[in-house]
Ligand binder design. Structure first.
Ligand code: B3K
Ligand code: ZN
Length: 874
């Protein structure tokens, strides 16, 4: 496999003036005829090289004359001695009906659809399949009338009609020049709902959602979310939609979450279809967020796109940040921010530590699909957030406006973005700050505090530290960054001592001093997670409790609570590992004082605190085993697992009364009510139910079963099922079989059924997973099913996946080997749990590496999988 380097970028030798595509769709083959107008950008160039994969070439002509001056290879077509300007016509035959890669043109449940980002268009026809070659598309689609009554492509419908032999055609024209990765086509028997909305300038836009007929009654929420997205982007950034029509199509078999093709978004059905019976409030939240994200790409991605794929974060980081602002406006800032914090700290930091660590703008790759990562997306979004934090909302808006004004219609680089933002703000983002884009790894910020009672001064010293990473292995590769750190001081009763301020750390160490403090203050640092760093700040347990109770920053409260819980878990592990002559018989227990203080803080949250309910729920939710395991890297998984279980059970018992009291108050909202107040109430109550369920006693089983039986909507039903899933009880079995009967024919809801099985922390779960893999509703060709069953087991069921026998690793490597022949991009993604072997003990490391070695020796092996596995063994 070949490595691509950013440093090798060269602009294309040809521009494409326009393209006309004709698709003749049949059940057993598709013929694609293309007419492309090329013009040399450099007259010394002789040959034209086009990319193409899995295409059968039928004919080639130049300016209408058939030619034989060409060479075909596995990766492309080279036309020899071409004129300076000419029209190339090719005809190729492709097999969408056999395409299980879900890249290029493929069929999903009898619907023809496309996925072209990043390099899927080359599987449709020979082309300059690179994002800096932009052109206008005219597309004709012809297919059987009965099977494919709906024929869609980008832009405007210009003509449709009969084509004889029970066939029909549609012709689409997209007036906006676009790169090939934004091309889309859909043909199928689809139902549609629509709505007309009006832009601020008074233009009508037709919004349409298409789905399989059976599910069209689950599309209303998505349509509403789309309308809210249009409105929000105009109100917030003054960015309006630019075509007369915006279409979204829900597809069952989809590798990604969704795709922002110009005027014709394709979505994973999971992020379109939802009803209160089949989807949770969290599903609705995700749908709104992703609909927003793809819509916002129309400006940050489509109108201004990437020069090359190394610049992927140019569109993704920016759009992640834009969708975050949107979702925060639709819920609360704190709630949305915690969701981001979890993604970055619990997952992106792990990516940074592992074999695939890379900067937000990578400088090399083998397979670009492997770089649609948390680093490019989420850390990329964090970089934009830091710009926003440093320049303020208004200046940020001006910067964005300048960027779009300067680069509309262009394919640009991350530098172009940083330059526009610098020019608008007067803050230099192109120098030291720019290292955030080029340096990999998670910085550590250490904070030391010193209070001097005599002089009544308090000093905070901040320092930054950067460790080598897999891709930048020398300490010399790591330089100091620009790190905005928001902070505030409180007294020990939680009274504020100053307003929030931000220190921008540019040097390796810096001290700030506060005067006139008659007592040692409590510092609230890295408020709102103002930079994607690990914070090392030793605070006393009392200070942490003060912050949890009284700080007005949800992130700091959440983080302080995690530190308290971590310390309790670590105390428990300390007891376990105390050397003893005879094996420990007495059950471990948390010191009473620790427990009392913790329970006091939880009771405060439940009864006295007036935080919005949806945020309270976040505080009440105990961190997962995997979070504790990351917080306590010095301890083996098994010890952490044991201690977390002890802690959870103790808390559930101690908190039983106040939690039950909270749950006994009647609900104020109907279960099908999707208003923010109703969602918040449900989240809070379910957090209480979940916490109670850790007791695992007969009472909590009965309570959860009762909640399951009473449930009308999916939010409450799934919460109850997850509570029951803590115990191997007949009640759990009964609920699971009820769930199956209800949702047998709803793929999204059924995915939850697979996932609940796979997440159960029982020794026999692995056998359940194996047997569910042969269930008639399970399909390896459907990424959502693979992720629901295997993804949940291998990525979210730490204790069972990492069973010391290594059977989990074997299960996963067998799966990956099979998947690599079906869908390499998915296979490569599924490999991530194995690539993290460095985090585990020696015995597990050996077993994981054995699994990886088996995989790296697969013959054949895809580039996707090879890159991930070989890097993790390097
Ligand atoms: N741009 C697409 C992701 C495409 C994934 C290709 N492997 C969705 C998004 O980020 O909006
Ligand atoms: Zn995106």
């Amino acid at each position: 496999p070949q490595t691509q380097y950013l440093a090798d970028y060269k602009r294309a030798d040809f521009t494409i003036e326009q393209v006309t595509l004709d698709f003749s769709l049949f059940d057993n083959q598709t013929i694609v005829t293309s007419k492309i107008v090329f013009k040399k950008t450099n007259n010394r160039v002789k040959n034209l090289h086009l990319t193409g994969e899995d295409l059968t070439l039928l004919s080639v002509s130049i300016d209408q004359k058939e030619t034989s001056h060409y060479e075909v290879s596995d990766t492309g077509l080279t036309i020899k001695q071409v004129p300076n300007e000419f029209t190339l016509s090719t005809q190729v035959l492709i097999h969408p009906e056999k395409n299980t890669l879900l890249s290029g043109l493929y069929r999903s449940n009898a619907i023809f659809c496309t996925q072209c980002e990043a390099e899927g268009f080359r599987r449709i026809t020979y082309f300059l399949d690179r994002p800096d070659v932009m052109t206008t598309y005219q597309v004709r689609i012809e297919a059987d009338k009965t099977q494919y009554p709906v024929l869609l492509s980008n832009g405007n419908l210009v003509e449709q009609g009969d084509a004889g032999q029970n066939r029909h055609f549609a012709m689409w024209h997209d007036p906006f020049p676009k790169p090939s990765y934004l091309f889309a086509l859909v043909a199928g028997d689809l139902a549609c709902i629509n709505k007309t909305t009006t832009t601020q300038s008074g233009r009508d836009v037709l919004l349409e959602i298409y789905t399989e007929k059976a599910f069209i009654n689950q599309a209303d929420y998505a349509l509403g979310a789309l309308e809210r997205s249009l409105k929000w982007d105009e109100e917030t950034f003054n960015l309006a939609y630019d075509l007369d029509r915006y279409m979204i199509v829900a597809i069952s078999d989809f590798n990604a979450g969704a795709m922002e093709n110009k005027g014709l978004n394709l979505f994973n059905a999971k992020y379109v279809l939802a009803s209160p019976e089949t989807a949770t409030d969290k599903d609705f939240f995700n749908i709104e967020n992703i609909i927003g994200h793809e819509y916002f790409h129309n400006w940050s991605g489509n109108r201004v796109t990437c020069r090359d794929w190394f610049q992927l974060s140019l569109k993704e980081g920016l759009t992640v940040f834009r969708d975050a602002l949107f979702s925060a406006d639709m819920t609360t800032k704190g709630y949305k921010r915690l969701e981001e914090v979890r993604t970055v700290r619990d997952h992106q930091f792990i990516e940074d530590q592992g074999p695939m660590s890379h900067p937000v703008r990578p400088s090399s790759y083998i397979e670009i699909n492997n770089f649609y990562t948390l680093t490019v997306y989420e850390k990329g979004g964090e970089i934009i957030r830091m710009m926003y934090q440093m320049m303020g909302a208004e200046t940020f808006k001006r910067g964005l406006a300048l960027y779009f004004e300067r680069h509309d219609g262009q394919a640009v680089t991350v530098e172009d973005f940083a330059t526009a933002m610098s020019d608008a703000s007067g803050i230099d983002l192109t120098g030291q700050f720019f290292r955030w884009y080029t340096q990999s790894g998670t910085p550590t910020v250490r904070v030391n505090s010193l209070y001097d009672a005599q002089s009544k001064t308090y000093k905070l010293t901040f320092s930054q530290h950067h460790l080598p990473t897999a891709d930048q292995a020398n300490q010399a590769d790591k330089q100091d960054l620009v790190i905005p750190i928001a902070y505030r001081l409180f007294d020990e009763a939680g009274q504020s001592l100053c307003d929030e301020r931000t220190i921008v750390l540019t040097e390796s160490e810096k001290t700030i001093e506060f005067g006139s403090l008659s007592k040692r203050p409590v510092a609230s640092i890295l408020r709102n997670f103002s930079a994607p760093v690990r914070l090392h700040f030793e605070q006393s347990i009392d200070d942490l409790h003060t912050l949890v109770r009284f700080d007005d920053d949800l992130f700091v409260r959440y983080d302080a609570l995690h530190h308290i819980l971590k310390s309790a878990v670590s105390q428990l592990i300390g007891q376990q590992t105390t050397p003893q002559k005879t094996p420990q018989k007495t059950p471990q227990s948390i010191p009473q004082s620790t427990l009392t203080q913790l329970v006091g803080t939880y009771e405060y949250l439940l009864t006295k605190d007036n935080t919005p309910a949806i945020e309270k729920a976040e505080l009440l939710a105990l961190p997962s085993l995997s979070v504790f395991f990351s917080l306590l890297p010095e301890h083996p998984l098994d010890a952490v697992d044991q201690a977390v279980k002890t802690l959870s059970a103790a808390l559930a018992q101690q908190m039983s009364e106040p939690l039950q009291a909270r749950l006994s108050t009647p609900c104020e909202h109907e279960e099908h009510d999707l208003s923010f107040a109703a969602v918040s109430e449900r989240s809070y109550r379910n957090a209480c139910l979940q916490l109670l369920s850790y007791a695992g006693d007969t009472d909590s089983i009965a309570r959860a079963k009762n909640a399951y039986d009473q449930a009308q909507g999916m939010t409450n039903r799934l919460a109850a099922l997850e509570a029951l899933n803590q115990t191997q009880s007949p009640e759990r079995e009964a609920a699971l079989s009820d769930f199956y009967q209800r949702f047998e024919s709803d793929p999204q809801a059924l995915d939850k059924w697979f996932a609940v099985h796979a997440s159960a922390d029982f020794p026999n779960t692995i056998d359940t997973v194996k047997s569910l893999a042969t269930h008639p509703k399970f399909q390896l060709t459907n990424p959502n099913k693979v992720r629901a069953l295997y993804g949940t087991f291998c990525m979210r069921n730490l204790a069972q996946f990492h069973h010391p026998s290594g059977q989990g690793y074997r299960l996963l490597s067998d799966l990956i080997a099979t998947l690599d022949t079906i869908n390499p991009s998915l296979a490569a993604r599924m490999a991530s749990p194995l690539t993290q072997w460095q985090r585990f003990d020696d015995a597990r490391q050996d077993l994981m590496k054995t699994a990886l070695t088996t995989l790296v020796n697969l013959q054949p092996i895809s580039d996707d999988l090879y890159e991930i596995i070989s890097k993790s063994l390097a």
